[in-house]
Write a protein that binds this ligand. Structure first.
Ligand code: 4AD
Ligand code: MG
Length: 463
């Protein structure tokens, strides 16, 4: 079936052209003169196309009453200039066919505003709404932007494993993978030895592809991963998911400054991409979801990021007048309220915090000579807080081994990682960008659960 997408009709269609469109009914209105106005949408763009169907179009009278919100149709017809506001063309139908009905009493998406909580319960239908159609298209534009950015710079795209035996972040937030029939074992009350479960080893879902990306950075050079990662943290916040997508570039011969430069360039590139490729969707978010979205995107795209040592940030936070819920103290991780104060009220722009206390960062970060800090960096942006976490990696074998012991990690388990330091070790760096957080940033959505097609959070994985 040859069809023209509605986005194409609306942007390039000319009066007198004939087209065939397929999609879902948003509204139907009948005129007293005997014709109907049907607004149809096929998800290709924000707007629907107005279709006018005369009562004598073949077959129309039989299906007329079944053309309700959510029903699916094929319509062929001629375009004509539209007298209505906000649209250039409309379609005068010559053929109409009903594919599927949507019973008005039971179809959950009626023509009214639904709460995002409600829509999360019907994740199979929510992409049909304006908001989720727009989020889907923006996610797509950003995904392509991610690949274009790295491909234009000669990076290799690497696929890292989802099932792994290493806990990259060392935070104990791994989902364990098991081949055991837990229900049966519970019935027979057998002691379970998980440690020997998968291929003779304890296996988990990955929290990050970084360690494997380092292997490729230290062989083929600049590379990046873009895949799902999992965190079994029980955080019921608007910024955390149990399953999220992460982009992790890893570069040999990069120090922390090079790393910061790339991170800034990357975020600014994504902002410019979305402004260029999804202007209508951004306009919608700005009007309907968060009125500062466009301003924020422009600001991030155009303003150089402030680089601030962690210690300076702590000084700012402890000497300001703001009342925080959580205490600020050198050696503690920053809470979201602190991050937002720094980006929204103090610096009023994105910032890169660096040189964090080593006690709150993972084993692989390069230790500074002060013995207290590591070459870590977090990029913080207004409204979201941390959007990137990264570091220069520890390339000195002896320092890394000592640090692993300090972090209670068994160097034997990481023999392959240590080999990268035994044979031809090089300074190298990388970072991870949380994909849903950038979607949240550019759409203005309040909750990260609405920035991924199928959110997985504590007590929320319906299918
Ligand atoms: O700061 P994180 O934990 O860093 C790493 O995993 C490093 N191994 C990355 C690297 O250097 N290659 O996570 C990186 C980013 C965070 O800044 C945040 O944007 C996102 O991943 N993130 C989450 N997004 C949604 N839900 C969660 N639970 C997230 N945890 C981290
Ligand atoms: Mg982090």
């Amino acid at each position: 079936m040859k069809r023209t997408k509605i986005a194409q009709v609306l942007s390039a269609g000319q009066p007198e052209e004939t087209h065939q469109i397929c999609g879902w009914v948003r509204t139907r209105r009948d005129s007293k003169q005997g014709f109907s106005f049907i607004e149809m949408n096929d998800g290709s763009c924000m707007h629907g196309l107005q279709v006018i169907v005369d009562a004598d179009v073949p077959g129309f009278s039989e299906i007329h009453k079944l053309i309700t919100t959510g029903a699916s149709l094929r319509v062929a017809g001629k375009l004509q200039e539209s007298p209505g506001k906000g649209q250039r063309v409309e379609m005068l139908a010559t053929e109409i066919e009903l594919f599927g009905t949507a019973d008005a009493d039971t179809y959950p998406l009626q023509k009214k505003r639904h709460s995002f909580e409600f829509l999360r319960e019907i994740a199979h239908l929510r992409p049909r709404t304006n908001t989720f159609g727009a989020i889907t298209r923006v996610r797509n534009v950003l995904s392509a932007g991610v690949h274009n950015f790295f491909q234009e710079r000669g990076f290799n795209y690497i696929q890292t494993p989802v099932i792994t035996t290493s806990d990259c972040e060392g935070a104990g937030e791994m989902f364990q993978v098991t081949t055991l029939d837990l229900e049966r074992l519970a019935q027979v009350k057998t002691e379970i030895d998980f440690s020997q479960d998968f291929f003779g080893k304890k296996a988990s879902l990955t929290v990050s592809g970084q360690l494997e990306a380092e292997i490729f950075a230290c062989s083929v050079g600049d590379c990046y991963t873009f895949g799902p990662t999992f965190r079994a943290e029980n955080s019921n916040t608007t910024r955390h998911l149990a399953e999220f997508w992460m982009i992790e570039p890893e570069m040999p011969f990069y120090d922390l400054n090079d790393n910061m430069e790339l991170a800034e360039e990357f975020i600014q590139y994504l902002m410019k991409t979305v402004l260029e490729k999804a202007p209508a969707d951004l306009e919608f978010f700005n009007q309907r979801i968060e009125k500062t979205v466009l301003e924020t995107i422009h600001q991030i795209a155009e303003t150089p990021f402030e680089r601030v040592p962690y210690t300076t940030a702590i000084e700012i936070l402890t000497s300001c007048d703001e009342k925080f819920e959580y205490p600020v103290e050198w050696g503690n991780d920053l809470q979201s309220e602190h991050e937002r104060f720094l980006t929204e009220k103090h610096f009023k722009k994105p910032i890169i915090l660096f040189d964090y206390p080593r006690s709150i960062k993972p084993f692989y970060m390069r230790c500074n000579d002060d013995g207290k800090t590591v070459r870590a960096m977090d990029v913080l942006v207004p409204r979201i807080g941390e959007i990137i976490g990264g570091s220069q990696r520890e390339e000195r074998l002896d320092v890394l081994e000592a640090r692993m012991k300090e972090c209670d990690l068994d160097p034997e388990e990481y023999w392959w990682y240590l080999d990268l330091r035994r044979f031809g070790s090089v300074p190298h760096s990388g970072f991870g960008l949380g994909f849903e957080r950038i979607v949240q940033l550019v759409t203005g959505m309040q909750n990260i659960r609405d920035c991924i097609p199928f959110p997985r959070t504590p007590k929320n994985a319906s299918f």
